[in-house]
Write a protein that binds this ligand. Structure first.
Ligand SMILES: Nc1ncnc2c1ncn2[C@@H]1O[C@H](COP(=O)(O)OP(=O)(O)OP(=O)(O)O)[C@@H](O)[C@H]1O
Length: 481
């Protein structure tokens, strides 16, 4: 049975009762209080092995008590709970030295797990407190998906771990990379971003690592690379999936050895940068296609963060809309209000361009229309206009797709990415595998995971199907009905 004394501070009686029951059942001694003054009295007299506290208490905010607790008893783990589930709450909890931050409502099992972990860990002091972050919240959204991201970010702030952000275009990958830098321990150093898709492929290495005078035609003088610019700070490698192979090899070497040479240079240069990479592609697929180095993937993917598309977190739309209207107002555009029905329309839309598309829409609504209140009809009108390629593709949904033509187009681009060289051997099986995987997945989805029916639909033997599922590692999800 676990033991130790847990001090719980929350002005909500129901939470105190639930925590008391769960923690006592797990074997802990529990002391409960509804206010910060009592908590402080207990802590300062040396009581308790762990604290669980709400942020808002009637007499004082836990974020004001936390630095005092950490100063007096740096080893005492403090778990902070809050119903104010914003990015700043998570960050502030981390900055003030909280052991863990839990947005309410939380899962009791998870809490008990965290308590056990905190008490089992060797004591370490985390006394570093940072300045107030200010109220300029960089990331908006309180959906469960975003809260989970804030928690991961908060944990990462005091580390230098490589982070890989995956998400569709416009989901906020660059914003997250910046937040990691701005609130992390490298915030006084530079943040340098480079987008692999925006630079001609043959210049990427020189751009990243710099080049010596005369290293290649057109290199009239020595130039400093992004690695050097980012020294002491963060280097954000956007669209990493578009990085050419040679540059990948060079990057891997830097990550392994902590030093590099410029293009055309011989002297190794030491580097001290934190790498945050981002992609909207499936890097696993690129690895299978021989377009991305698996060893580099593992180096970069130390902490993966998946940013959900906006359509998976529509509950964030009202907050985002308010945020973008207020940004527009700060830029001098007239203030606007929006009807509830109009927000409902926004929540039902699919947002292929994600938050960026929503931001642009709000900007258009602010700038182009004289009405003070944005109506549902106006939103309908704006959403019905195709604004970019993605929307047009969407409009074509349902139209028959020519598979051969698609494969041909795909192959053209594929060969082009290798320039004059040939792709790695094994192309025939790689391409067939690419087609087989979705084909089998679709057959299983259509038959709700019934392999007999799926084999019949595909016209293959059941054993063949079973083998394919195993070989291709297709996820079989059975319907429970
Ligand atoms: N959670 C958020 N809160 C506030 N603004 C956001 C949020 N997510 C994205 N944005 C805004 O949406 C726009 C697009 O974000 P960002 O450029 O970070 O996306 P991205 O995923 O890096 O896109 P791409 O893959 O196309 O480069 C930016 O103007 C950003 O400020």
């Amino acid at each position: 049975m676990a033991n130790g004394t847990i001090l719980v501070a929350d002005d909500d009686t129901a939470i105190r009762t639930v925590l008391n029951q769960a923690l006592s059942r797990a074997g802990y001694t529990v002391r409960l209080t509804s206010n910060a003054a009592t908590l402080w009295r207990w802590v300062s007299s040396g009581d308790g092995d762990l604290v669980i506290t709400d942020v808002m208490m009637p007499d004082e905010n836990a974020f004001d008590v936390l630095p005092r607790i950490k100063k007096m008893r740096p080893d005492l783990p403090v778990i902070v709970m809050s119903a104010q589930n914003t990015f700043m709450t998570a960050i502030r909890a981390s900055e003030k030295g909280a052991y863990e931050y839990l947005p309410k409502p939380f899962d009791l099992k998870e809490l008990i797990g965290i308590v056990g972990r905190a008490l089992a860990e060797p004591k370490r002091s985390r006394t570093e407190t940072l300045e107030e972050g200010g109220e300029n919240i960089p990331l908006i959204g309180r959906s469960p998906a975003m809260q989970e991201i804030y928690r991961v970010l908060a944990r990462l702030m005091q580390t230098d771990l490589s982070v890989m952000i995956n998400g569709e275009s416009g989901t906020g990958k660059e914003l997250v990379a910046r937040a990691l830098h701005d609130y992390g321990k490298r915030r006084n150093g530079p943040f340098v971003a480079i987008n692999m898709a925006a630079i001609p492929r043959d210049l990427i290495e020189a751009e990243l690592f710099g080049h010596e005078k005369g290293a290649f035609t057109g290199a009239q003088q020595r130039s400093v690379g992004r690695f050097e610019q980012a020294d002491g700070g963060t280097l954000f490698l956007d669209e990493i999936g578009d990085m050419p192979m040679e540059a990948q090899t060079r990057l891997l070497r830097v990550l392994q050895q902590g030093e590099y040479t410029t293009v055309g240079g011989r002297v190794p240069i030491k580097t001290d940068v934190r790498i945050v990479a981002a992609t909207n592609k499936d890097l696993r697929q690129l690895i299978n296609q021989g377009l991305f180095r698996e060893d580099l993937y593992y180096r970069l993917n130390v902490v993966p963060i998946r940013l959900p598309p906006l359509r998976e977190r529509t509950e964030d739309i009202p907050d985002l809309v308010r945020h973008f209207f207020s940004l527009a107002e700060k830029e001098g555009l007239p203030p606007k209000q929006i009807e509830t029905a109009a927000v409902d329309r926004l929540r039902r839309y699919r947002w292929p361009g994600n938050v960026r598309e929503l931001e642009n829409l709000v900007r258009r609504l602010s700038a182009l229309y004289p009405q003070d209140v944005i109506s549902a009809a106006l939103v309908d009108q704006e959403l019905s206009q195709p604004v970019n390629g993605v929307a047009e593709e969407e409009a074509e949904e349902g139209a028959p797709i020519d598979l051969s033509a698609s494969v041909e187009r795909y192959l053209n681009t594929y060969f082009q990415t290798f320039g004059d060289a040939l792709p790695p051997p094994g192309l025939y099986h790689r391409i067939l595998r690419e087609v087989e995987y979705p084909l089998i997945g679709a057959a299983l989805a259509a038959t709700r995971g019934n392999q007999i029916k799926a084999a019949e639909l595909l016209g293959v033997n059941r054993n063949t199907l079973r083998k394919k599922i195993r070989d291709l590692d297709v996820q079989v999800i059975r319907a429970h009905r």
